[in-house]
Design a protein around this ligand. Structure first.
Ligand code: NAP
Length: 297
C-alpha cells in the first residue's frame, strides 16, 4: 500500500496512476477517513474516467509515503502524521524548489527520506477534475543516509504506474537544475502576469536576466560544485521559456488564485543561500520581494 499526503494536483495524479487498491490518501489529523475521495481523471492520452481512492485507516501501515503538499506546508503536514508510520517507511518528497527537502531530512535524519524531481504535469481546472497535462520523467534519490537502501524499491513501486521513473544517486544536483529554470522563469511570469514565453520580450526580464544568471552560476558552483557559465544558464532558461511559451507557471497560477506561492523555496531560497555563502544576490532578493508583495495583496 502506498500512502499519499496532499490530495492536490500531483497527489491525485499519482493516486489515479497507481494500481487500484494499492493506494490511499492520508487524512489530516482528526479528519474522518470513512469516505473515499472521488474525482474525474483526464489522462494524458485516452478517455476520462472516475477515480475513487480511500483514506488510510488507523493501523494500516503503508510501504511508501508520497508527500505532495506545497513546499511551505510540508514540514508541518509531515510532523502531524509521521509518528503513525514505521521508522523504515520510505518518505518521498515531491516539492519543487529547495529548502523544504533539507528541512525534512534534518528533522528526521534516522528515517529513509527521499526526494523526487518530476517533469510530470497535473492541474485541476475544476476542483473535481484532475488533468494529466504533460508527461515526462521522475527521478528519485536519497536525502538521508538510511534512504540509500530504499531507492530501487521506491522506484519499482512507482514504476507500477507505467510512468518513467528513474533512480538518481545525486538528487540534489537534479533539483538544482530544475531550480535554475524555475528561478529564471516563474517569478517573472508572476510579476508580469503573463505566460512563460512573454517574459522574454519584457523590460524587467531583459534588464535583470544577465545579473540573475551571474548569481545562479556562482550559487550553483559554491553549493553543489556544478560549473556553468551565466550565458549557458540564460540559454537554457530561454529554451524552456520558448518550449513552454503558452504555459502558465505554477507561481503565476498561485498568484492569480490568491494562494501562497513557492517563492521562498525558489528565489527566496537562493537569496538566503547567498547571504550564508557571502554571494551577492540582489536580483533573487528583488524577485522574491516582488512576488511576496503580490501574494500579500
Ligand atoms: P496543490 O494542488 O496545492 O496540492 C497540495 C495539496 O496538499 C492540497 O490539496 C492541500 O490541501 C494539501 N495539504 C496542505 N497541507 C496539508 C496537510 N497538513 N495534510 C494533508 N494535505 C495537506 O499543489 P500541487 O500542484 O499538487 O503541487 C504539490 C507540490 O508538487 C509542489 O511543491 C509543486 O511545486 C510540486 N510539483 C507539482 C507539479 C504539478 O504538476 N502539479 C509538478 C512537479 C512538482 P488544501 O488545498 O486543502 O490546502
Amino acid at each position: 500500500m502506498i500512502g499519499i499526503l496532499g490530495a492536490g494536483s500531483l497527489g491525485r495524479l499519482w493516486g489515479a496512476m497507481l494500481p487500484v487498491g494499492r493506494v490511499a490518501f492520508i487524512a489530516r489529523p482528526g479528519e474522518p477517513t470513512d469516505t473515499d475521495l472521488s474525482y474525474r481523471f483526464r489522462p494524458f492520452k485516452g478517455p476520462e474516467s472516475t477515480v475513487r481512492i480511500p483514506f488510510l485507516k488507523a493501523g494500516n501501515k503503508p510501504d511508501l509515503l508520497l508527500v505532495t503538499t506545497k513546499a511551505g506546508d510540508t514540514l508541518d503536514a509531515l510532523a502531524g502524521v509521521i509518528n503513525q508510520f514505521a521508522m523504515d517507511t520510505p518518505v518521498l518528497l515531491f516539492q519543487n524548489g529547495l529548502g523544504s527537502q533539507q528541512a525534512v531530512a534534518d528533522r528526521w535524519p534516522e528515517r529513509p527520506i527521499l526526494a523526487a524531481s518530476t517533469t510530470e504535469g497535473a492541474n485541476r481546472p475544476e476542483p473535481e477534475l484532475l488533468v494529466h497535462a504533460g508527461t515526462g520523467d521522475t527521478w528519485v534519490g536519497p536525502m538521508t543516509e538510511p534512504a540509500r537502501a530504499s531507492v530501487s524499491k521506491t522506484v519499482a513501486m512507482l514504476a507500477a504506474t507505467g510512468l518513467a521513473v528513474h533512480p538518481e544517486p545525486d538528487i540534489l544536483q537534479r533539483l538544482w537544475q530544475k531550480l535554475i529554470i524555475n528561478a529564471g522563469i516563474n517569478p517573472y511570469t508572476a510579476i508580469l502576469n503573463c505566460p512563460n514565453g512573454d517574459i522574454l520580450s519584457a523590460g524587467l526580464y531583459q534588464d535583470t536576466i544577465d545579473e540573475l544568471c551571474r548569481e545562479l552560476s556562482e550559487l550553483m558552483s559554491a553549493a553543489v560544485q556544478i560549473t556553468e557559465t551565466p550565458d549557458s544558464l540564460r540559454q537554457r532558461i530561454e529554451q524552456v521559456a520558448q518550449n513552454t511559451a503558452g504555459n502558465t507557471s505554477s507561481m503565476r497560477a498561485d498568484v492569480l488564485r490568491k494562494r501562497q506561492t513557492e517563492i521562498d523555496f525558489i528565489n527566496g531560497y537562493l537569496a538566503k543561500l547567498g547571504k550564508e555563502l557571502g554571494i551577492y544576490t540582489p536580483v533573487n532578493q528583488m524577485l522574491t520581494e516582488r512576488v511576496q508583495q503580490l501574494s500579500s495583496h
